[in-house]
Design a protein around this ligand. Structure first.
Ligand code: KG4
Ligand code: ZN
Length: 338
């Protein structure tokens, strides 16, 4: 399966066998370009995708040593994401599908993140999924037919977005997650008293914008009082607040659904603190927790190819009239295929 991903700031293509074995993965990251702006600029992202998409796909095919005609299908992210960026990958995929006559699989970006857990590992649905990325924080259930049910999610900012915003407040580089991850390991998680939304509620919801504002207010107060706050302590305290919420909500969702196998996916799943905290939860609550290899946590074509394979196995094909969708619910996505 060829997988193509262009929903945000990575142009990526991969060839994956059986939803599991990565034969090639080529990613052109635009991070360096967007760093100058402190975040992703949509129009710049689209133009950059156009510049490298063909090269990326051709290189993925070459590295996997396959011709287009030897593939079983073509999978591509059709949403959610930046509309202009999505359109580039989608149009390229449609072109390849049209000339080759291969089956076409439009993939939901979040379903791709979840499928990353099956790369170079065993794929074992039904599973509970916590997806934490720059655009999403969601609790889901994936079944044997690669169908998704949403249990809950963020009511405002995504976890990764909060990482990026807090990093910016601290004067760190974009994307902020990896920077905060590193510094947090050297700081005191109890140094700042920060809020943990919905922690005492049974509701499977998240909110991170209040946490970001609390960090901003605390930094402002320190500035006014000429108080020195080590950046390591800010990062450690912020990260601890995020982790407490993610772990508690995942534990509540496991209890509610009775599911014992859990996938943690998305860019923030690369976080070392989150991996540790979830491993502790697994021990405490007798759960099996799977993390994709960190290489496959951030946006990439391999996870999209894997998702396409799961769709093919479930007999869910798409047609070439599928559009790109900035917003796309799982129900809407599932209606795109038959
Ligand atoms: O999944 P992804 O590549 O793109 C989206 O679909 O959003 O996730 C990117 C997000 C960014 O917000 C980035 O700061 C965050 O994932 N991230 C991390 C880490 N690595 C990436 N957050 C926390 N710790 C990390 N190690
Ligand atoms: Zn993503």
């Amino acid at each position: 399966m060829l997988g193509i991903e262009t929903s945000c700031d990575e142009t990526s293509a991969a060839v994956v066998a059986d939803g599991q074995s990565v034969r090639s993965l080529v990613t052109y990251s635009q991070i360096a370009i967007h760093q100058a702006f402190g975040g992703v600029v949509p129009e710049v992202a689209s133009r950059q995708h156009v510049a490298v998409i063909t090269r990326t796909v051709e290189q993925a095919l070459t590295e996997a040593n396959v011709q287009l005609s030897q593939l079983d299908g073509i999978a591509v992210t059709c949403g959610p994401g930046l509309l202009g960026a999505l359109l580039v990958g989608l149009s390229a995929a449609k072109g390849y599908a049209l000339v080759s006559g291969l089956p076409f699989f439009p993939v939901h970006h979040i379903a791709g993140h979840v499928a990353a857990a099956g790369l170079e590992a065993q794929w074992r649905p039904p599973m509970l999924c916590l997806v934490v990325s720059g655009g999403h924080t969601e609790l889901l259930v994936v079944d044997e037919n690669f169908r998704f049910q949403r249990l809950g999610g963020t009511v405002d900012d995504a976890a990764g977005e909060a990482y990026d915003k807090v990093a910016r407040l601290c004067g760190l580089n974009y994307p902020g997650g990896p920077e905060i991850d590193k510094l947090a390991a050297q700081g005191n998680p109890d140094a700042l008293d920060l809020p943990r939304s919905f922690l005492d509620s049974e509701e499977l919801s998240f909110s991170f914008s209040g946490l970001k504002s609390a960090v901003a207010n605390r930094l402002e107060k320190a500035r006014r009082n000429h108080e020195y706050l080590p950046v390591e302590d800010i990062c450690a305290s912020f990260q601890q607040a995020v982790l407490d919420v993610l772990v508690t909500k995942t534990s509540q969702a496991a209890k509610k659904t009775g599911l014992r196998r859990i996938v943690v996916a998305g860019g923030v799943a690369a976080n070392r603190g989150l991996r540790q905290a979830m491993a502790q939860l697994a021990c405490r609550a007798d759960l099996e927790i799977f993390f994709p290899n960190p290489v496959y946590c951030t946006d990439n074509g391999a996870m999209i190819a894997a998702a396409g394979s799961h769709m093919m196995k479930a007999g869910r094909h798409g047609t070439l009239d599928v559009n790109a969708y900035a917003n796309l619910s799982f129900a809407e996505w599932q209606n795109l295929t038959s």
